[in-house]
Design a protein around this ligand. Structure first.
Ligand SMILES: [Zn+2]
Length: 241
């Protein structure tokens, strides 16, 4: 069955002498395709059969086996990301993260948020902020969303004084022991990250310490609650620090 899909190539592996097997992330999930002869210099499949190509692909679709790529057209080249090592590191990390989330949850929203995040990073918005916005939203799809309504120890919504990644959410003054204090600006911004529609994010005016607080919080929360190990996170940390 011939089928048109829009998606992004999230991995490529060599196959036989001149071919590749690609995984394309689409709204319907991950589709594995063989791209026959794409390593030949004259192959029309050559340019579109590479990691991080976002395009429209025509495939001979197979439900049970690998599909076969017939042709494809690039839709956006994400040039600004692909020419910047730091931004490539962010893209690698969020791609690996999203791949792990789609294995656990088939919602098409994940793909939409992923593409929206890439567009915003390519448009020059702060990549750490965009990554964190995506990360906090993905927690719901992993079944470990942060409770941003009440103290996670006693359930009270009064006198919230900090948020703690190990405890898993807000902490009120009665329950506070020795947790680090994250100020109201940080807590409010974390909530904004969670609620904002990624497509609508434009100008970001966020203080550096707030950005770093939130990044630290989410990194710790992910380690504690998601059980995911994202290989490219280490590379990202080495690149940006
Ligand atoms: Zn409490």
């Amino acid at each position: 069955m011939l089928k048109n899909v829009v998606g992004i190539v999230v991995s490529e592996v060599p196959f036989k002498e001149n071919s590749k097997i690609l995984n394309i992330l689409t709204e319907e999930g991950i589709i594995g395709v063989t791209s026959k002869g794409c390593k030949n210099l004259k192959s029309p499949l050559r340019t579109i059969s590479s990691k991080f190509i976002y395009g429209e692909f025509t495939i001979y679709y197979s439900e049970d086996h690998l599909s076969t790529l017939k042709e494809g057209t690039m839709l956006e080249d994400f040039y600004n990301i692909k020419t910047n090592l730091e931004l490539i590191s962010y893209l690698s990390y969020i791609t690996e993260l999203v791949m792990q989330v789609v294995k656990q949850n088939s919602s098409s929203d994940i793909y939409k948020m992923y593409i929206a995040t890439i567009r915003k990073i390519n448009a020059g918005l702060n990549p750490k902020v965009m990554m964190n916005i995506l990360e906090i939203k993905l927690l719901d799809y992993l079944g470990v969303g942060i409770n941003l309504n009440a103290c996670c120890k006693c359930g009270s919504n009064k006198n919230i004084i900090t948020i703690d990644p190990d405890a898993g959410g807000y902490i009120c003054s009665n329950c506070h022991t020795n947790e680090i204090i994250y100020d109201e600006k940080t807590r409010k911004m974390l909530r904004m990250y969670y609620l904002v529609d990624i497509d609508s994010v434009t100008d970001l005016k966020i203080k550096d310490y707030v950005i770093d607080n939130i990044n630290y919080f989410l990194s710790t929360y992910y380690d504690r609650y998601t059980g995911l190990y994202i290989h490219s996170k280490e590379f990202l940390n080495r690149t940006i620090n």
